[in-house]
Design a protein around this ligand. Sequence first.
Ligand code: AMP
Ligand code: GLY
Length: 425
Amino acid sequence: MRVLIVGGGGREHALAWKLKQSPLVRELFCAPGNAGIARLARCVPVAADDLEALVALAREHRIDLTVVGPEAPLAAGIVDRFQEAGLAIFGPGKAAAQLEASKVFAKQLMAKYRIPTAESRTFTTAAEACAYIRAKGAPIVVKADGLAAGKGVVVAATVAEAEAAVQRMLVDREFGEAGSRIVIEEYLRGEEVTLLAFTDGTTVVPMVAAQDHKAAYDHDTGPNTGGMGAYSPVPLLTPERQQQIVTEILRPTIDGLRQEGIVYRGVLYVGLMITATGPKVLEYNVRFGDPECQVILPRLQSDLIPILQAINDGRLAEETITWHNNHTACVVMASGGYPGTYTTGKIITGLDQVAAMPDVYVFHAGTATHGENVVTAGGRVLAVTAWGETRAEALDKAYQAVQAIHFDGAHYRTDIGRRGIVLRH
Ligand code: AMP
Ligand code: GLY
């Protein structure tokens, strides 16, 4: 098969790494890819959201299956567009992608099908939103309706902070149209966990769980990022709790969508808060998480291609999916200043040394090739991933590798996976 991956971050590098191992894949392409992906796939300089150019690329190279990494092309309807063109593609269609692209849509679906989530209301005017905030008090959470690159959520500790967020979203239009409607929701206390599932719109098969670390600095301080590290499995997610999430959240979501006339085929991601009254949905994503994907795919024992094909054919129930019984950990090395402003083009050293380390793989998130060098080209630069018999072993190996890699201003968290270790006893 000839396979095209859409995207160019750490998640797409992990997808390329896994797909490259499939005996069914003869040629692998990636648009646009990065310096790490270029070692596994032929990278083509086409942007992940340029749907027409991607259709042309798939036709030109007679691609048998396209796999979409990021949310933007899914929300823009890449799957519908490819299907119209008679091209096979993996991911949910535009209607299904609203689950991530519109928090209002997601909230309405959860309310209608009684899926546990934070209590909320939707607003389009600042006066009404602020009156609601004052009535409810803080802490309280303000969310832009649309896609805002992970920056559209404000967890406000005070009423003033929440009102300021309303002002920025509804009045100043910080996120443009994505903030023309906002959701204000109850603040949930508890531990966060991510569960991803494969689904063909009827059958739901959960993957192994992962825990992301969204805050920029140690001890969960600093601004929210796309994710600074992850590990799997997650001790918090006992088999019983996982089953509860499948029964109370994943299945009703997929069944509810189907009742709305939407068949969801792809990867469904639920961000959850495990509260005193059970798991509740914080958010849905319609794709693999980044960096969750980097700790989940190395644990997948089965070939990924037959799973993707079974999903597309609506026969996931017949597929056997097996996982390695190991632990994985991923530490993200970011550019100094991320998630704020940062500069790129810094030379990265130590990658060859790390390539010789056993049980370690460096997924590139934002890198480019410059002459003989690999240089930084994004906020998140590398997703340094390792595996072992225990979480401590996986973390040790990941941090040993991180210490061998250098670039100017490199920043990473030193406490990835700590919560998992503390929670073990
Ligand atoms: P989201 O993009 O909706 O997952 O929100 C980003 C982050 O904000 C989450 O990972 C949580 O840490 C936090 N968050 C979102 N919604 C809530 C909530 N209702 N209560 C507490 N924290 C929240
Ligand atoms: N790691 C969070 C996300 O992929 O949205």
